[in-house]
Structures are given as C-alpha cells and as structure tokens.
Design a protein around this ligand. Structure first.
Ligand code: G3I
Length: 300
C-alpha cells in the first residue's frame, strides 16, 4: 500500500489517529486525515466533561462532528472514553459514594447508547491502575465507590451497545511490569467470571524505544482471549523512526493486535508540546518516522 490505512488493511489491521473536532476545518489536517487513516479517536470530545457538562444534560455536538466525518468516509471510530478519573465535569468531581456510582452507570449507559452501532471499540475504562510497583488500582473517586466499578462499567456498556468491542486502556503498560501485570490479572479474572471485555489498549506514549518485551506483553494479553490495540502512539527522541518501526512490527507479529492509533497527525497537533513525536511535521510533510511505519506495514 501507499498510505498507512491501505497498508495496514492489507495486513488485516486498521491505522488510526486522534482527531480534534476544532481542526476539521484545517485543510492541511483533513487532507492527511482522509488520505492516510481509516480509523479515528476523538482526542477530547467524547470524554465525560465534554459529553455531560451538567448532570443529566448530554452534549454530543463535537463528538458527532468527528463521528460523522469518519463514518461518511468509511473510517472506523474508537470511542474514548466512558469512565476516567480525569477530565470529569466539575459536578462529578465533587461526587462520591452511591450517588457517584449511579451517575457513572447513567453516563456509561447514555453515551454508549447514543453512539450504539457507530463505535468499533470503546475505551470503557481509562487509566484505572496505579503507577509504580503495587500492581493495584489507582485511588480515585470512582475507585472509592467500590472495587467492582470497572466491571459494572463494562456490563453497562455491553448492554448499551452490544456490537462494540469493549476495551480497557492504560499507559506505562507497554512492557511487562507491575502495572501491566495488575491489568493482566484483572482481565484474566474478568474472562473467568464472564465480565464482558474484548480488548486491551496500550497507549504507547514512548521516548526513543518500546520496551524490549513489548511484543511479549501484547502476546500474553492476546493469549487471555482479548484483542490488543495500540491506542495513543507517539514517540519522541532521536531514535524515533526505528522505534515506530519496531512498534509496528510488534503489532503485526501478534495475530490479535488489530490496529494502531497515533495520538495526533502533525507534531503541532500533539499534546507533547515541543517533542515532535508524530509522523508528520507542522507543515504536514511526511517525516522519516512515517516512512519507517509505512515500510514496516508493507514488509513480509
Ligand atoms: O477546550 C479548552 C479551551 O476552551 C481552553 O481555552 C483551553 C485552555 O487551557 O483548554 C482547552 O481544553 C484543553 C483540551 O485538551 C483541549 O485542547 C485542556 O485544558 C487540556 O487539558 C486537554 O488536554 C488533553 C488531555 O488528554 C487531558 O487529559 C489533550 O488534548 C489530550 O491529548 C490528552 O489525551 C490523553 C488521553 O485522553 C488519555 N491518555 C493520555 C493522553 C495524553 O495526556
């Protein structure tokens, strides 16, 4: 193939990017988006603060702009994200206990129901595990409603949109470490007890390289019977192109690695200001990292 999306499709994968609704009027941006990518993730527009700014009052205008852009062009949509400790609306940040639990369930139900049939994969729960060596849950208002909040979110999402793949998504979980093992144990438990989970997202916000056991980590999750996806890839540093190729090859080497999403199009679109971690420069030119990914997709 001659584009990221077409080349990935030849290998049975998708190649996506995070999209900001406010940039859809930028023709340099949309030209690259429409040419190269066959999947999109809303960078902020489907988060809890964006979709339920006041309790019980839902707004999907900006999310819809992204979904409509994608679906009208045959692109997949990854939903991001139904439940997260961060980017909660103020009213939810101030909530706790059973009232918060009810609000969470209502939020998951309403947002997943609204987009039913349009979402390829939902990041049902984002970043719920702690950094460091505990392997345990992150403290948050959601966690303090009870350890079962994650499975309740997944069961609610399944009921609301039975056709979407339901993912758990996190960062610093790309290699085999205490945090990824904590998630691995949760997924194994969910599969054993019939809690609906279909995929695990590895954000892959990296510097210079992926962990040496990146592929082995993807594979151990796949062996639990879930798909794996690279969900927010960006890589800074002088070894950028090689690292992008290595991540791409690792995904292709794992049968259940179904796709890769980069977290933005041009370096100037990245949340990592000044780090130039993406595949296109600020002017929209292809970088060596782009060519490295394209070549890796077309190998073999
Ligand atoms: O929309 C407001 C704007 O009205 C206001 O004037 C401006 C002033 O600060 O802020 C704008 O909101 C910002 C928003 O991005 C849109 O640009 C927020 O402050 C800013 O916090 C927000 O950052 C996003 C971040 O998540 C929030 O946690 C980044 O764009 C987004 O790339 C980033 O994405 C996360 C994933 O969701 C989860 N994994 C990590 C990843 C990187 O942090």
């Amino acid at each position: 193939g001659t584009t990221l999306g077409a080349s990935a499709a030849e290998k049975g994968r998708y190649f996506g990017t995070a999209v900001a609704a406010g940039k859809l009027g930028d023709s340099t941006y949309t030209t690259i988006l429409n040419r190269e990518f066959d999947s999109v993730t809303a960078e902020n527009e489907m988060k809890m603060d964006a979709t339920e700014p006041n309790q019980g009052q839902f707004t999907f205008t900006n999310g819809d702009r992204i979904v409509n852009h994608a679906i009208s062009r045959g692109m997949k949509v990854r939903g991001h994200t139904l439940a997260w400790h961060s980017q909660q609306p103020g009213w939810m940040q101030r909530m706790e206990g059973s009232a918060l639990r009810s609000a969470l369930v209502n939020h998951v139900n309403r947002v997943a129901s609204y987009y039913r049939g349009k979402i390829h994969s939902w990041d049902v729960v984002n970043e719920a595990f702690a950094d460091g060596t505990s392997g345990g849950r992150r403290d948050s208002n959601l966690q303090r409603t009870g350890n079962d909040w994650i499975e309740v979110a997944f069961r609610t999402a399944r009921a609301a949109d039975p056709g979407a793949k339901l993912c758990y998504n996190d960062y610093n979980t790309d290699g085999i470490n205490a945090k990824s093992t904590g998630i691995y144990n949760m997924v194994r438990d969910f599969k054993a007890r019939g809690v609906p989970i279909d995929c695990v997202g590895f954000q892959a916000h990296l510097t210079n390289s992926a962990p040496g056991d990146f592929q082995a980590n993807l594979q151990r999750f796949a062996d639990l019977g879930v798909d794996v996806q690279i969900t927010e890839l960006d890589i800074s540093g002088s070894n950028q192109a090689n690292a992008y190729a290595a991540v791409t090859r690792a995904c292709l080497a794992v049968a259940r690695c179904t796709g890769i999403t980069v977290w933005g199009i041009r370096d100037s679109d990245s949340w990592r200001t000044g780090q130039n971690p993406l595949l296109f420069d600020a002017a929209g030119n292809k970088k060596p990292a782009y060519t490295a990914v394209l070549n890796a997709l077309n190998e073999g």
